[in-house]
Design a protein around this ligand. Structure first.
Ligand SMILES: Cc1cc2nc3c(=O)[nH]c(=O)nc-3n(C[C@H](O)[C@H](O)[C@H](O)COP(=O)(O)OP(=O)(O)OC[C@H]3O[C@@H](n4cnc5c(N)ncnc54)[C@H](O)[C@@H]3O)c2cc1C
Length: 401
């Protein structure tokens, strides 16, 4: 329940302005809540006097069973003046569809934005039964306060059983805020999601430096929330025949509740060329490329193939490549059509970042290197001898084509 300390409340009215449900009124010099309160916690966050607190008891199995549905936060990016869903949302919907079918529940995408929200029907083509469109002028650019207030209100009001986010920069910011506000468990950077016999979400992720895969459940709170990096799941193809249901949700959001101001709108791209996340061809240079011009050769191979040069963590730590090019557990998760690992041993922390690659080619002088266990094609030998021959051969074929 929401507790208001009469001694501390000075009737400033900020809670009344912030409450997304109109559940608080300041009357006779004190704030009071009514039955519309969903315990979303927005008032607790803004109260300058620290006069509001939420007291919760542990939910019973019967209460947990009231939570139904798999929800996906449909994060949108600004492209050509439109706010359209990011690729990771489609990946999450494909996996979410499997989870929802196992539970026999609906799959719902929740999109937040301003009047530029577009392309939301496509979320239904990728598996959503419904899309909740939360439109407000203060949601045009991501803000922690604005998005936390609105999404936590939607979640508190709809009571889903599962809530998934892409582990993007904004997803990594939003998911823990919602979890803290609604007192939920959260598993970050999941590499697998499933439903067990009790209907619980089993969240799998590497733990202890990637040496074990941990299966995590949240038996005492709902929704069960998880983030998943882009490229961990593959988006199934769209089904244009699926019904398209986009429902508008009334949004209450006060300027006073959003403490950050966007000075300049996000502009995608620029600077470092194609991003690793969306690259279709990646050449990854490991420590085996450190000497004798190996890195330059790997870069040349990437260029000839029209791909992107990436690296293992030690190459980044050695200052030879920027951190934005690191593949792996503490770097980026990639899912290209072709991944060429040059002088990469294949440590588990590297493999978790590229296991979604369609075709893996490994070049390594150690025939026992673990990378060969995940490679579709392996070349045993010195990269400095092999890469020039490969480049020559590719260029000859390109000239003949
Ligand atoms: C918490 C944690 C997080 C981590 N996160 C990441 C991460 O995100 N990404 C990541 O990559 N690592 C990560 N690591 C480090 C990881 O454990 C490995 O140490 C790292 O991946 C090894 O990099 P490497 O394969 O380039 O180097 P090495 O393991 O040293 O392998 C070099 C390979 O090059 C081969 N080689 C040498 N010379 C040649 C040559 N001339 N031609 C062909 N082959 C040659 C060798 O046979 C060897 O197999 C993490 C570790 C921890 C503990």
């Amino acid at each position: 329940m929401l507790k208001i300390d009469d001694q501390k409340c000075n009737a400033c009215g900020l809670c009344e302005k912030t409450c997304p449900f109109g559940a608080i009124a300041v009357d006779e010099g004190l704030a009071r809540s009514d039955e519309n309160c969903t315990l979303c916690g927005a008032c607790v966050n803004v109260c300058p006097q620290g006069a509001m607190a939420i007291e919760r008891k542990q939910a019973s199995p019967e209460e947990l069973a009231q939570y139904e549905g798999v929800y996906v936060w449909a994060e949108c990016d600004l492209n050509d003046g439109k706010l359209s869903p990011k690729r990771v949302v489609y990946e999450l919907l494909s996996q979410g569809r499997l989870l929802a079918d196992k539970l026999g529940q609906e799959l719902v995408a929740v999109a937040l934005g301003d009047g530029r929200l577009a392309g939301l029907e496509s979320l239904c083509e990728y598996g959503a039964d419904r899309v909740l469109r939360c439109e407000h002028e203060l949601l045009g650019a991501y803000s922690t306060d604005g998005f936390t207030n609105v999404l936590s209100a939607v979640i508190a009001g709809n009571k889903p059983s599962v809530l998934l986010y892409g582990a993007t920069p904004n997803g990594r910011d939003l998911a823990p805020r919602i979890a803290a506000r609604l007192r939920l468990g959260l598993t970050a950077d999941c590499t697998g999601l499933n439903i067990d016999e009790q209907g619980q979400l089993v969240q799998t992720r590497p733990a202890f430096g990637g040496n074990i895969m941990a299966s995590i459940i949240a038996p005492y709170s709902r929704p069960q929330t998880a983030t998943v990096r882009p490229n961990v799941f593959t988006a199934a193809g769209p089904d244009p025949l699926r019904p398209k249901v986009v429902v508008d949700v009334a949004v209450t959001l006060n300027k006073a509740a959003v403490r950050t101001k966007v000075v300049e709108e996000t502009v995608l791209g620029g600077g470092e060329g194609e991003s690793l996340e969306s690259a279709t061809v990646i050449v990854a240079a490991g420590l085996g490329c450190r000497q004798g011009g190996g890195l330059a050769l790997a870069g040349e191979l990437a260029k000839v193939l029209g791909g992107v040069l990436a690296a293992s963590r030690p190459m980044v730590e050695a200052g030879l490549m920027p951190v934005t090019r690191q593949v792996g557990q503490s770097g980026t998760t990639v899912g290209p059509e072709l991944y060429i690992a040059v002088g990469v041993s294949g440590a588990i922390q590297h493999l978790v970042g590229m296991s979604s690659a369609k075709t893996v080619v490994a070049i390594n002088k150690d025939p026992e290197a673990p990378i060969f266990k995940v490679a579709d094609l392996g070349i045993v030998g010195d990269a400095q001898e092999i890469i020039p021959k490969l480049i020559e051969d590719i260029q000859r074929q390109q000239a003949d084509a």
